[in-house]
Design a protein around this ligand. Structure first.
Ligand SMILES: [Zn+2]
Length: 92
């Protein structure tokens, strides 16, 4: 099985995990589903948006945590593991 880097959008924890392709790795620290970082060989020459991940809360593909937060705010959805904040504090 492939080795992937995972990044936690909740606490920023990053580590490598050997997981199946579609496995959703949860952060061992805060329990948030972690974002799988694509292997660097796939990132070369690929524009932003070529790879994202499917967010079940938003029911759409998102590429970055920032994009996810913006989508969440647009739709009035609370991101998994994030604490609701006033609009002015988003993205800080
Ligand atoms: Zn975490």
């Amino acid at each position: 099985m492939p080795l992937y880097d995972y990044l936690c959008g909740g606490c920023g924890f990053k580590d490598e995990f050997i997981t199946p392709m579609e496995y959703e790795q949860q952060c061992p620290h805060c329990g948030v589903y972690m974002e799988r970082l694509m292997p660097s060989t796939f990132g070369i020459n690929m524009g932003v948006g070529a790879y994202g991940y499917y967010d079940e809360t938003l029911q759409t593909y998102v590429n970055t945590n920032r994009q996810k937060r913006e989508l969440c705010r647009e739709r009035g959805v609370t991101p998994l593991g994030d604490t609701p904040k006033p609009d002015g504090e988003y993205g800080a």
